[in-house]
Design a binder for this molecule. Structure first.
Ligand code: ADP
Ligand code: MG
Length: 320
């Protein structure tokens, strides 16, 4: 039997590695280790599947607005399909509802869930409904598809390629901090809070980047510092990132200026931006029509060099 270990010592990713030990997969199937599992079908398309939980007190604050929570539950799952460059085809919603939840709450939750799903033409296909003795927990499964063999994995990054991101980073983490510290909202703060409560899955961007031929991709759910490490580990490479080139919104700069927060730490360690992080050959990047920012290069080495923030260490969110 394997040695017993405290989960804090093992860590979230150590636990997933331990779970994945010894699983044999049929040819062509990809399982644990990427944003989605990939199951090739007979018609030349592959089915993509992913599942994500949202737990009260861990992923959202008690009393969170039900519309936003519904939106976010669907959006963060759709984002994992975007991360592979896929087209989402359906979702399944399972939730456990504590006492006190009524139909006003569930209607608003489902409205938020359906509104973001409708944006991408994705139907809710099934799920499960249970009571919970205390906390609210939500689990969504999403399916998608793309031509077999074209899905963009975390493992495809090569030395010399460029590291890029879509959108701006740190907004969601700042939005969460504003909510938690109950800061009085001004226009910039409201934008950041909205980015936190209603993330936008980058579905068309993901499809466009896959079609353009980017080499590795994932969505940023745990923060750039943590998520980039997943691409580097899966690809067996390192990276040099220019901190000054990390895209930060005007709103984030304003709010950080007002409260004395560090925009770099929020951008690198703050999770839940759901932007796409990808690597690409320079000649492919030169032709990209999807808006993005080049933030560094893949190196043949190991680990991340944060140029412009030497001596500082950054880590993202992990459970345990
Ligand atoms: P993401 O942030 O994209 O949702 P995670 O970091 O949560 O991905 O998970 C990394 C990988 O580990 C994924 O391929 C996921 O399917 C797998 N995974 C996580 N938890 C489990 C589990 N309990 N059992 C099997 N696979 C898991
Ligand atoms: Mg992901």
């Amino acid at each position: 039997m394997a040695e017993t270990m405290n989960l804090k010592r093992l860590g979230e990713f150590g636990l997933v590695r331990r779970i994945s030990d010894g699983i044999e997969l049929p040819g062509g199937v990809a399982g644990i280790g990427d944003d989605c599992a990939v199951l090739p079908q007979k018609d030349g398309l592959s089915t993509l599947v992913s599942t994500d939980m949202l737990i009260e007190g861990v992923h959202f604050l008690t009393g969170a607005a039900p519309y936003d929570l519904g939106w976010k539950s669907a959006a963060v799952n759709l984002s994992d399909i975007a991360a592979m460059g896929g087209t989402p085809t359906g979702t399944f919603l399972a939730f456990a509802l504590p006492p006190g939840v009524d139909t006003e709450w569930t209607d608003m939750f489902i409205n938020g869930y359906k509104d973001v799903s409708r944006q991408f033409g994705v139907p809710l296909l099934g799920g499960d409904t249970c009571s919970s003795p205390d906390r609210l927990s939500i689990c969504v499964t999403v399916t998608g598809e793309c031509p077999s063999g074209t899905e963009v994995r975390r493992s495809g990054a090569g030395a010399g390629e460029l590291v890029c991101v879509t959108g701006t980073l740190g907004d969601s983490a700042a939005g969460l901090r504003l909510l938690m510290e109950e800061k009085r909202p001004d226009a910039a703060a409201s934008t950041l809070v909205r980015k936190h409560s209603r993330p936008q899955p980058r579905i068309p961007e993901g499809i466009g980047l896959r079609q353009a031929g980017v080499s590795a991709m994932m969505d940023i759910s745990d923060g750039l510092a943590s998520d980039l490490r997943h691409i580097l580990e899966a690809s067996g490479v390192g990276a040099r990132i220019r901190v000054a080139d990390i895209p930060v919104s005007e709103e984030l700069r304003k709010v950080c200026g007002k409260y004395g927060w560090d925009p770099v730490r929020l951008a690198l360690e703050g999770g839940e931006d759901y932007e796409l992080l990808f690597t690409v050959k320079a000649e492919v990047e030169a032709e990209l029509t999807i808006p993005h920012r080049v933030i560094g290069e893949i190196t043949a080495g190991y680990g991340i060099v944060w140029e412009g923030a030497e001596g500082r260490d950054f880590s993202g969110y992990t459970h345990f």
